[in-house]
Design a protein around this ligand. Sequence first.
Ligand SMILES: [Zn+2]
Length: 400
Amino acid sequence: MAFDSLRRVEYSLPSLEDFEDWLNEKMTQDTRLKSDQVYRIPVIVHVVHNGENPGEGANISYEQVVSQIQVLNEDFRRMQGTRGYNDDPAGADTGIEFHLAEYGPDGEVLGEPGIDRLYGGRDSWPSSPLRNPIETELKPSTIWDPDRYFNIWTVNFGGFVSRNLLGYAQFPDMSGLDGLSGTNGSASTDGVVIGYQYFGSSDKGDFPDLYAPFDLGRTTTHEVGHWLGLRHIWGDGDCSVDDYCSDTPNAAEPNYGCPEGKISCNSIDMINNYLDYTDDTCMDIFTNCQKERMLTVLGNSPRRKELVENTGTSVSTREMETKINVYVNQLTKTLYVEFPQPVDNVSLRILNIDGRLVVGEKQLNSSMNNVNVSQIKPGIYIVVLNDEESKIFSSKIIIQ
Ligand SMILES: [Zn+2]
């Protein structure tokens, strides 16, 4: 058990106090992003393999990647009806979402959205403390512009402590801000690295290499939390050190398994927090303070603030948006738009992929709507729905 602390690890913070001072100042200045909005982050997953066919071994399938992105969204959005939901008053819907990038660095459409399959030329990647050559070779030579993409690498960890390393993250940087020089890593290594056996969820498909009890995608949720500035909830020390969040009770040490009711530092440990070391089935909460930290980092930190796309929608609108159903019956050439409840004055437009208006604007005033699309020639189109104030939904459709 000597290496348990390496199960989910990240860089030590050479300038920890600087970072906390900086973050605290930013939070006081209220330069964090607004907390009632939805923000989206484009993701590229570098699937590093050793010549396996897609879907085999480390060359994980597109579906496995998608299952991980779904888990991130369920957890960061505290989505009802998923493992990411909790009804704890301290629990937060962070408003942060992740989506697989649709376009490559040169604007090309990616055949598999958000996936860059890479032949790494080795069976496994040493997980020794310095994690070279991942840090010195793999990441710098394969990273996509970190001002445009959140980079994730999936690899087969090997070597001395491989059985205990699930993933690691690079903390946000505050260099160039307020004269602080502390950095937590270079731009050429920014992102997170996850063992492919822990990337994705066995809830969402048959992915035989996923390794229980870390097979539900929570390693990535944990590491993305670090990437957005969260500390372990036990503060990486005893009861005298904190994670700088008052709504996560102090804990004396990391927890493993799922020790419900565990008491340390005179309070019940929040073992279900994503920033503990508990099993994937045990976790279901980011707190309000953790949300504030992440929104502060997203509003200020290099290679975070450039990435975030403000959707212009509020959290409550977005909740409805996820329940809007848009599809085409190709036989009857009918577009269906279904809402979870009756709507007032939602307008519909259909654009072609160059952004030109093909159909519009139609007013939708009920929960079930259909639009005749028989006059539209076959191709890919975009359906855009607006309420009186802003865009509430857009989706690609194919007309055959
Ligand atoms: Zn960690």
